[in-house]
Design a protein around this ligand. Structure first.
Ligand SMILES: N[C@@H](CCC(=O)N[C@@H](CS)C(=O)NCC(=O)O)C(=O)O
Length: 232
Protein backbone atom coordinates (compact mmCIF):
# COMPACT_ATOMS: atom_id res chain seq x y z
CA UNK A 1 0.00 0.00 0.00
CA UNK A 2 1.24 3.46 -0.89
CA UNK A 3 2.55 5.61 1.96
CA UNK A 4 2.18 8.80 -0.05
CA UNK A 5 -0.13 11.57 1.17
CA UNK A 6 -3.42 11.52 -0.70
CA UNK A 7 -5.02 14.29 -2.70
CA UNK A 8 -8.73 14.28 -3.51
CA UNK A 9 -9.23 16.20 -6.73
CA UNK A 10 -11.37 16.54 -9.87
CA UNK A 11 -10.70 16.35 -13.62
CA UNK A 12 -8.71 19.30 -14.95
CA UNK A 13 -11.80 21.14 -16.19
CA UNK A 14 -12.48 21.95 -12.52
CA UNK A 15 -10.37 25.01 -11.87
CA UNK A 16 -9.65 24.90 -8.14
CA UNK A 17 -8.03 21.47 -7.93
CA UNK A 18 -6.41 22.39 -11.23
CA UNK A 19 -4.66 25.34 -9.57
CA UNK A 20 -3.12 22.79 -7.21
CA UNK A 21 -2.29 20.31 -10.01
CA UNK A 22 -0.55 22.97 -12.11
CA UNK A 23 1.38 24.07 -9.02
CA UNK A 24 2.48 20.44 -8.35
CA UNK A 25 3.89 20.18 -11.88
CA UNK A 26 5.56 23.63 -11.76
CA UNK A 27 7.19 22.61 -8.49
CA UNK A 28 8.05 19.13 -9.82
CA UNK A 29 6.44 17.24 -6.92
CA UNK A 30 3.35 15.68 -8.54
CA UNK A 31 4.81 12.18 -8.19
CA UNK A 32 5.06 12.57 -4.41
CA UNK A 33 1.26 12.46 -4.00
CA UNK A 34 -1.45 9.90 -4.69
CA UNK A 35 -4.39 11.47 -6.47
CA UNK A 36 -8.00 10.30 -6.11
CA UNK A 37 -9.94 11.98 -8.92
CA UNK A 38 -13.68 12.23 -8.29
CA UNK A 39 -16.20 12.16 -11.13
CA UNK A 40 -17.97 15.19 -9.56
CA UNK A 41 -21.19 14.96 -11.58
CA UNK A 42 -23.72 13.49 -11.73
CA UNK A 43 -22.68 11.29 -8.77
CA UNK A 44 -21.36 14.06 -6.57
CA UNK A 45 -18.93 12.00 -4.47
CA UNK A 46 -17.55 15.28 -3.13
CA UNK A 47 -20.87 15.99 -1.42
CA UNK A 48 -21.30 12.51 0.10
CA UNK A 49 -20.67 11.86 3.78
CA UNK A 50 -17.34 10.09 3.25
CA UNK A 51 -15.81 13.19 1.71
CA UNK A 52 -17.68 15.54 4.07
CA UNK A 53 -15.90 13.86 6.99
CA UNK A 54 -12.64 15.10 5.47
CA UNK A 55 -13.89 18.45 4.19
CA UNK A 56 -17.33 19.56 5.46
CA UNK A 57 -17.45 22.14 2.64
CA UNK A 58 -17.91 19.28 0.17
CA UNK A 59 -15.29 20.52 -2.26
CA UNK A 60 -12.07 19.50 -3.94
CA UNK A 61 -9.14 19.71 -3.54
CA UNK A 62 -8.52 18.15 -0.12
CA UNK A 63 -5.15 16.88 1.09
CA UNK A 64 -5.03 13.98 3.55
CA UNK A 65 -1.81 13.74 5.53
CA UNK A 66 -0.43 10.57 7.19
CA UNK A 67 -1.22 11.87 10.70
CA UNK A 68 -4.90 12.32 9.85
CA UNK A 69 -4.74 16.06 9.23
CA UNK A 70 -6.91 17.32 6.38
CA UNK A 71 -6.08 20.49 4.51
CA UNK A 72 -8.48 22.16 2.09
CA UNK A 73 -8.70 25.43 0.14
CA UNK A 74 -6.40 25.40 -2.87
CA UNK A 75 -4.26 28.37 -1.88
CA UNK A 76 -3.75 26.99 1.64
CA UNK A 77 -2.61 23.60 0.31
CA UNK A 78 -0.32 25.26 -2.23
CA UNK A 79 1.30 27.53 0.37
CA UNK A 80 1.86 24.57 2.68
CA UNK A 81 3.41 22.38 -0.03
CA UNK A 82 5.50 25.24 -1.41
CA UNK A 83 7.08 25.76 2.01
CA UNK A 84 7.39 22.00 2.69
CA UNK A 85 9.30 21.07 -0.47
CA UNK A 86 12.63 22.34 -1.73
CA UNK A 87 12.86 24.06 -5.09
CA UNK A 88 11.65 27.28 -6.66
CA UNK A 89 9.22 29.12 -4.39
CA UNK A 90 6.12 29.37 -6.56
CA UNK A 91 4.27 31.59 -4.06
CA UNK A 92 7.16 34.08 -3.95
CA UNK A 93 10.72 33.94 -2.58
CA UNK A 94 10.84 37.22 -0.64
CA UNK A 95 8.23 38.75 1.70
CA UNK A 96 7.42 41.33 -0.97
CA UNK A 97 7.00 38.70 -3.67
CA UNK A 98 4.79 36.68 -1.35
CA UNK A 99 2.64 39.75 -0.68
CA UNK A 100 2.38 40.61 -4.36
CA UNK A 101 1.60 37.03 -5.31
CA UNK A 102 -1.16 36.80 -2.66
CA UNK A 103 -2.55 40.15 -3.85
CA UNK A 104 -2.77 39.07 -7.48
CA UNK A 105 -4.01 35.63 -6.60
CA UNK A 106 -6.84 37.12 -4.54
CA UNK A 107 -7.78 39.53 -7.30
CA UNK A 108 -7.86 36.84 -9.94
CA UNK A 109 -9.49 34.18 -7.76
CA UNK A 110 -12.23 36.32 -6.20
CA UNK A 111 -13.00 38.70 -9.05
CA UNK A 112 -12.54 36.47 -12.09
CA UNK A 113 -12.39 32.76 -11.36
CA UNK A 114 -14.92 32.66 -8.53
CA UNK A 115 -17.31 34.80 -10.60
CA UNK A 116 -17.02 32.38 -13.53
CA UNK A 117 -17.64 29.37 -11.32
CA UNK A 118 -20.73 31.04 -9.84
CA UNK A 119 -21.92 31.73 -13.37
CA UNK A 120 -21.38 28.03 -14.16
CA UNK A 121 -23.41 26.92 -11.14
CA UNK A 122 -26.36 29.33 -11.18
CA UNK A 123 -26.71 30.28 -14.85
CA UNK A 124 -25.94 26.97 -16.53
CA UNK A 125 -26.72 24.61 -13.63
CA UNK A 126 -23.20 23.24 -14.16
CA UNK A 127 -23.23 20.06 -12.04
CA UNK A 128 -26.75 18.99 -12.98
CA UNK A 129 -30.09 18.82 -11.19
CA UNK A 130 -28.99 16.49 -8.41
CA UNK A 131 -26.30 18.87 -7.17
CA UNK A 132 -27.32 22.37 -8.21
CA UNK A 133 -29.79 23.81 -5.72
CA UNK A 134 -29.97 27.36 -7.06
CA UNK A 135 -30.96 28.58 -10.50
CA UNK A 136 -30.57 32.32 -10.85
CA UNK A 137 -29.76 33.46 -14.41
CA UNK A 138 -29.61 37.17 -13.52
CA UNK A 139 -27.05 36.56 -10.82
CA UNK A 140 -25.11 34.40 -13.27
CA UNK A 141 -25.09 37.14 -15.90
CA UNK A 142 -24.00 39.69 -13.30
CA UNK A 143 -21.08 37.41 -12.37
CA UNK A 144 -20.08 37.08 -16.02
CA UNK A 145 -19.94 40.90 -16.37
CA UNK A 146 -17.92 41.23 -13.17
CA UNK A 147 -15.44 38.62 -14.39
CA UNK A 148 -15.06 40.46 -17.70
CA UNK A 149 -14.51 43.87 -16.13
CA UNK A 150 -11.82 42.52 -13.80
CA UNK A 151 -10.21 40.56 -16.64
CA UNK A 152 -9.89 43.89 -18.46
CA UNK A 153 -7.91 45.33 -15.53
CA UNK A 154 -5.57 42.33 -15.51
CA UNK A 155 -5.17 42.60 -19.28
CA UNK A 156 -4.12 46.24 -18.88
CA UNK A 157 -1.60 45.26 -16.19
CA UNK A 158 0.02 42.79 -18.61
CA UNK A 159 0.17 45.34 -21.42
CA UNK A 160 3.58 46.74 -20.41
CA UNK A 161 5.18 43.67 -22.01
CA UNK A 162 5.69 41.60 -18.87
CA UNK A 163 5.37 37.85 -19.21
CA UNK A 164 3.92 37.15 -15.75
CA UNK A 165 1.83 39.09 -13.25
CA UNK A 166 4.75 39.92 -10.95
CA UNK A 167 7.01 40.83 -13.86
CA UNK A 168 9.60 38.07 -13.26
CA UNK A 169 10.99 35.36 -15.52
CA UNK A 170 8.87 32.50 -14.13
CA UNK A 171 5.18 32.20 -13.26
CA UNK A 172 4.03 32.43 -9.65
CA UNK A 173 0.89 31.02 -8.07
CA UNK A 174 -1.21 34.02 -9.15
CA UNK A 175 -0.27 33.21 -12.76
CA UNK A 176 -1.41 29.64 -12.18
CA UNK A 177 -4.79 30.88 -10.95
CA UNK A 178 -5.09 33.19 -13.97
CA UNK A 179 -4.24 30.31 -16.31
CA UNK A 180 -6.97 28.11 -14.82
CA UNK A 181 -9.43 31.02 -14.99
CA UNK A 182 -8.74 31.44 -18.72
CA UNK A 183 -9.10 27.70 -19.31
CA UNK A 184 -12.38 27.63 -17.39
CA UNK A 185 -13.68 30.71 -19.25
CA UNK A 186 -13.37 28.63 -22.43
CA UNK A 187 -15.10 25.54 -21.00
CA UNK A 188 -18.36 24.60 -22.83
CA UNK A 189 -21.20 26.08 -20.79
CA UNK A 190 -19.10 28.96 -19.39
CA UNK A 191 -18.53 30.22 -22.94
CA UNK A 192 -16.79 33.48 -22.05
CA UNK A 193 -13.36 32.87 -23.62
CA UNK A 194 -11.07 35.49 -22.09
CA UNK A 195 -8.25 34.77 -24.54
CA UNK A 196 -10.51 35.69 -27.46
CA UNK A 197 -11.62 38.96 -25.86
CA UNK A 198 -8.30 40.24 -24.48
CA UNK A 199 -5.01 40.48 -26.39
CA UNK A 200 -2.67 40.24 -23.39
CA UNK A 201 -4.60 37.35 -21.87
CA UNK A 202 -4.28 35.55 -25.18
CA UNK A 203 -0.50 36.14 -25.12
CA UNK A 204 -0.45 34.87 -21.54
CA UNK A 205 -2.53 31.77 -22.43
CA UNK A 206 -0.23 30.91 -25.35
CA UNK A 207 2.78 31.22 -23.06
CA UNK A 208 1.24 28.76 -20.60
CA UNK A 209 0.35 26.32 -23.36
CA UNK A 210 4.03 26.05 -24.27
CA UNK A 211 5.05 25.00 -20.75
CA UNK A 212 5.77 21.43 -19.79
CA UNK A 213 3.86 21.78 -16.50
CA UNK A 214 0.75 22.85 -18.45
CA UNK A 215 0.94 19.85 -20.78
CA UNK A 216 1.18 17.50 -17.82
CA UNK A 217 -1.53 19.19 -15.78
CA UNK A 218 -3.98 19.31 -18.71
CA UNK A 219 -3.14 15.82 -19.96
CA UNK A 220 -6.84 14.87 -19.79
CA UNK A 221 -7.68 17.77 -22.12
CA UNK A 222 -9.39 20.08 -19.63
CA UNK A 223 -12.73 19.52 -21.34
CA UNK A 224 -11.46 21.72 -24.20
CA UNK A 225 -11.17 20.64 -27.83
CA UNK A 226 -8.13 22.87 -28.14
CA UNK A 227 -6.28 20.78 -25.55
CA UNK A 228 -7.38 17.33 -26.68
CA UNK A 229 -4.46 14.96 -27.13
CA UNK A 230 -2.11 17.21 -25.15
CA UNK A 231 -0.54 14.28 -23.31
CA UNK A 232 0.61 12.60 -26.52
N1 LIG B 1 -12.40 27.73 -1.93
C1 LIG B 1 -12.13 26.43 -2.49
C2 LIG B 1 -13.09 26.20 -3.63
C3 LIG B 1 -13.08 24.76 -4.07
C4 LIG B 1 -14.15 24.45 -5.12
O1 LIG B 1 -15.06 25.25 -5.40
N2 LIG B 1 -14.01 23.28 -5.73
C5 LIG B 1 -14.94 22.83 -6.72
C6 LIG B 1 -14.19 22.29 -7.92
S1 LIG B 1 -13.51 23.61 -8.88
C7 LIG B 1 -15.75 21.70 -6.15
O2 LIG B 1 -15.22 20.81 -5.54
N3 LIG B 1 -17.07 21.73 -6.38
C8 LIG B 1 -17.88 20.64 -5.98
C9 LIG B 1 -19.31 20.97 -5.77
O3 LIG B 1 -19.68 22.16 -5.88
O4 LIG B 1 -20.04 20.02 -5.54
C10 LIG B 1 -10.68 26.38 -2.97
O5 LIG B 1 -10.07 27.43 -3.14
O6 LIG B 1 -10.15 25.29 -3.14
Amino acid sequence: MSTKARLYTSPSAFPNPQRLRLFLHEKGIAEAYDEVIYDMAPGGEQRGWRHLKMNPWGETPTLELADGTYLSESAAIVRYLDALHEGRRITGATPLEQGLDAMWDDRVWVQILYRLTTQFHVLHQGLGPKLELTHNPQWGEHCRKEALSHAALVDRHLADGRDWLLGGGEPTFADITLCTAIAFSKFGPVATPLDERFEQLDRFWQRWKARDSFRKAYADGGGLEELAGLAG
